[in-house]
Ligand binder design. Structure first.
Ligand SMILES: Cc1cc2nc3c(=O)[nH]c(=O)nc-3n(C[C@H](O)[C@H](O)[C@H](O)COP(=O)(O)OP(=O)(O)OC[C@H]3O[C@@H](n4cnc5c(N)ncnc54)[C@H](O)[C@@H]3O)c2cc1C
Length: 386
C-alpha cells in the first residue's frame, strides 16, 4: 500500500501546488478548455492517479476505497484544471464499463478514457423521458451485425466534442419499459448523428440536442446483453450521483474560495455568520460523503450517492448566493467567476436526476418508506400512453 507521504511525493513530482487565489470553476462553467484537462490526465496517467480504483491492467492502481480517498485528498493539494469535459468518461462510463462491459471492450475504451484521449457523452435523456428515463423512445433495430438507431436525445452534455456517446435505446417495444432497453456506444461522428448545441442561462453551450437518423452501431459496441440496458443504466446513474455529489468536479472548492472572498473585504457580522454556515455545510458534506463512501466499501455507490448529490447541490447554491450577497450589485453585473457559478448552481438540482427524484430514492431505499405508486411498470411499453 502506498503511504500518504509516498503519494504526496509522487504527485509533487508531477503537479504544481494549488494557489487558493485562483478563480474557482465548477463543472466547466464559463470555459471550453480541453487542453489543460488533457495535459493533466496525461501527467497522471502513468501512475494511475486519476483513476486509482481501476485495475492495473487498465491503467489504474488497484486501490481500495481508503487508498483512493488518500489519493483524492492529496490531489486536492495541487493545481487541478476543470475536468468537466472528461468527467462522464472517468466518473460514469469507466466504472460502468468495469462492471458491465466485456473484457475486449474494457481494453478498447478504458485506456483512452483515462488519458483524456477520447471524450464520452451520455445519451440518456429525451424530450419525453427525463425523470422517467425508462420510458425512452429512441429505437435500435437489428440489421445483421449492425443496429440502426433513430430518435432524439436532449441535454447531452459534451456531445459536440465527444468521440463516443453512451447510448440507451429501445430494442423491444413489446415488453415492459424497463425490460426492452439496450445500452450501446455510438460513434458521435458517424453518419446519421446530428448534434445541435443549446445555449444555457450561464452563457455556456455545453449541452446539445442530438438527432439520430438511421445511425449505424456495430453489435460489438453493444454494452451488456440485449434487453439488459436498465441494469447498465442503474449502474451508470449511481456512479453519476457519486461523481456530481463529490468534490473535485472543478478547480478548488467554492466554499474555501468564499472564505477567501470574505477575508478580502470588511464584512458585517451577519454576513460573517452566513459564510461560517456555508463552511460548516461544506465540512458536514465532506465528512458525510466520506462516511457513506467508506460504508459502501468497494463497487458501485449505493443510494447514499443521492444524499451526497442533494447536499452537494444545496451547498453549491448557498455558496454562490452568499458570494453574490457579499459582492452586492457588482457581483451580478460583471461576468466574473461568481456570477457564472450563481447561474450554474441551479442546474445541479436537475442534471443527473432532479432533487425530487433523489428524495424519492432516499425515501424508498435508505429510509424504507412506501414506494411511489406505479401503474406502468408491468405493461408493454408500446401500450403505454406517450
Ligand atoms: C446542465 C444539465 C446537464 C445535463 N446533462 C445531461 C447529459 O449529459 N445526458 C443526459 O442524458 N441528460 C442530461 N441532462 C438531463 C437531466 O438528466 C434531466 O433534465 C433530468 O433527469 C430531469 O428530466 P426532465 O428535464 O425531462 O424533467 P421531468 O422529468 O419532466 O421533470 C419535471 C419536474 O417534475 C418533477 N418530477 C418528475 N417525476 C417526478 C416524480 N416521480 N416524483 C416527484 N417529482 C417528479 C421533476 O423533479 C421536475 O421538477 C442534463 C440536464 C442539465 C440541466
Amino acid at each position: 500500500m502506498t503511504t500518504v507521504d509516498e503519494t504526496r511525493a509522487a504527485l509533487a513530482a508531477l503537479l504544481r501546488p494549488r494557489d487558493a487565489r485562483e478563480p474557482v470553476t465548477v463543472l466547466g462553467a464559463g470555459r471550453d478548455d480541453l487542453d489543460a484537462g488533457r495535459a493533466y490526465l496525461v501527467a497522471l496517467a502513468d501512475g494511475g492517479w486519476a483513476v486509482p480504483t481501476w485495475p492495473l491492467e487498465y491503467g489504474g492502481r488497484d486501490a481500495n476505497p481508503e487508498e483512493a480517498a488518500v489519493v483524492a485528498r492529496e490531489l486536492a493539494r495541487f493545481e487541478q484544471p476543470d475536468l468537466y469535459p472528461f468527467l462522464v468518461g472517468i466518473g460514469v462510463v469507466g466504472p460502468t464499463l468495469l462492471t458491465c462491459a466485456s473484457k475486449e471492450q474494457q481494453s478498447r475504451w478504458l485506456p483512452a478514457i483515462r488519458s483524456g484521449a477520447e471524450i464520452w457523452c451520455q445519451l440518456f435523456s429525451e424530450p419525453g423521458a427525463g425523470s422517467d428515463l425508462a420510458g425512452l423512445a429512441t429505437r435500435a433495430e437489428r440489421d445483421g451485425d449492425i443496429w440502426r438507431v433513430t430518435g432524439q436525445k436532449v441535454w447531452s452534455s459534451r456531445a459536440h466534442y465527444a468521440k463516443w456517446g453512451f447510448l440507451l435505446a429501445r430494442t423491444d417495444p413489446t415488453v415492459p419499459k424497463h425490460s426492452g432497453i439496450t445500452a450501446f456506444a455510438i460513434d458521435m461522428q458517424a453518419p446519421g448523428v446530428d448534434i445541435r448545441p443549446l445555449r444555457q442561462m450561464n452563457g455556456d453551450a455545453h449541452f446539445s440536442e442530438v438527432f439520430l437518423e438511421d445511425a449505424a452501431v456495430s453489435d460489438s459496441d453493444r454494452i451488456g446483453d440485449v434487453g439488459a440496458g436498465w441494469n447498465v443504466t442503474r449502474t451508470a446513474l449511481a456512479n453519476e450521483r457519486g461523481a456530481v455529489g463529490a468534490a473535485g468536479t472543478g478547480m478548488g472548492s467554492p466554499a474555501e474560495r468564499l472564505l477567501e472572498l470574505c477575508r478580502d473585504r470588511a464584512v458585517d457580522p451577519v454576513a460573517r455568520d452566513r459564510v461560517t454556515s456555508v463552511h460548516v455545510m461544506s465540512e458536514v458534506n465532506r465528512l458525510t460523503t466520506r462516511r457513506a463512501r467508506d460504508a459502501a466499501k468497494a463497487g458501485t455507490p449505493g443510494p447514499e450517492g443521492s444524499g451526497a448529490k442533494l447536499r452537494g447541490g444545496e451547498l453549491f447554491k448557498e455558496t454562490a448566493r452568499t458570494a453574490l450577497g457579499l459582492l452586492g450589485a457588482a457581483g451580478s453585473l460583471d461576468e466574473g467567476e461568481w456570477s457564472t457559478l450563481f447561474l450554474t448552481a441551479p442546474s445541479i438540482s436537475i442534471r443527473g436526476g432532479t432533487d425530487e427524484i433523489q428524495r424519492n430514492i432516499v425515501g424508498e431505499r435508505v429510509l424504507g418508506l412506501p414506494v411511489e405508486p406505479r401503474t406502468d411498470a408491468d405493461r408493454p411499453w408500446n401500450e403505454l400512453p406517450h
